[in-house]
Design a protein around this ligand. Structure first.
Ligand SMILES: CC(C)(COP(=O)(O)OP(=O)(O)OC[C@H]1O[C@@H](n2cnc3c(N)ncnc32)[C@H](O)[C@@H]1OP(=O)(O)O)[C@@H](O)C(=O)NCCC(=O)NCCS
Length: 147
């Protein structure tokens, strides 16, 4: 492994989809959706070993009250080497740099049960709230008003 390089806000949609598929999350989202998502993400962090992307994470939010960590992924063959910790530390540093001094800010994420101990290392804990979700199908109306 070469010296790892951390990059800020350079993660591309193509790299995002590559890592998504590398950890077996199924076929990645479409390029169009992912490009929009990258564009509107508050902070993207990626880690490289030479030319190869080996980890990524991003945070979305409103900068004032809420930050939400998404898509923390380390390439399988690079896991358990401290890269996940690097990614979360970079995000917490970003929040500290941009949050209002002296205030408390919610930093949230959604984790599968087997990943909770990883996030616990940074102080995250589960509350009693359940994650609700809806896969919403976007349908545009045509000029005649028909769906
Ligand atoms: C979760 C994930 C990002 C962790 O990345 P990683 O690079 O392996 O983590 P690190 O090596 O930086 O581990 C940091 C610490 O967490 C611990 N840790 C990592 N994964 C853990 C797990 N699943 N359960 C318990 N502890 C874990 C490590 O032992 C290490 O502890 P230490 O610092 O006390 O030695 C990685 O396993 C991954 O990408 N998984 C697949 C994608 C995924 O599920 N992402 C999370 C979405 S919720």
């Amino acid at each position: 492994m070469n010296k790892l390089i951390i990059k800020h806000n350079e993660l591309t949609a193509e790299e995002f989809i590559l890592l998504w598929e590398a950890v077996g999350w199924g076929p990645g989202p479409s390029l169009e959706q992912t490009r929009l998502a990258m564009e509107h993400t508050l902070f993207r962090v990626s880690v490289f070993d030479g030319d190869q992307i080996v980890g990524m994470a991003r945070v979305i939010g409103d900068m004032g009250l809420d930050y939400y960590i998404k898509d923390v992924i380390v390439r399988p063959e690079y896991q358990k080497r401290g890269i996940g910790r690097m990614l979360i530390n970079e995000i917490l540093q970003f929040i500290n740099d941009h949050g209002v001094e002296g205030t408390d800010i919610f930093v949230e994420l959604c984790a599968m049960p087997d990943k909770i101990p990883f996030y616990g290392k940074f102080g995250f804990s589960a509350n009693e709230a359940q994650r609700l979700r809806l896969f919403y199908r976007v349908e545009k109306q045509n000029d005649s008003g028909e769906a």
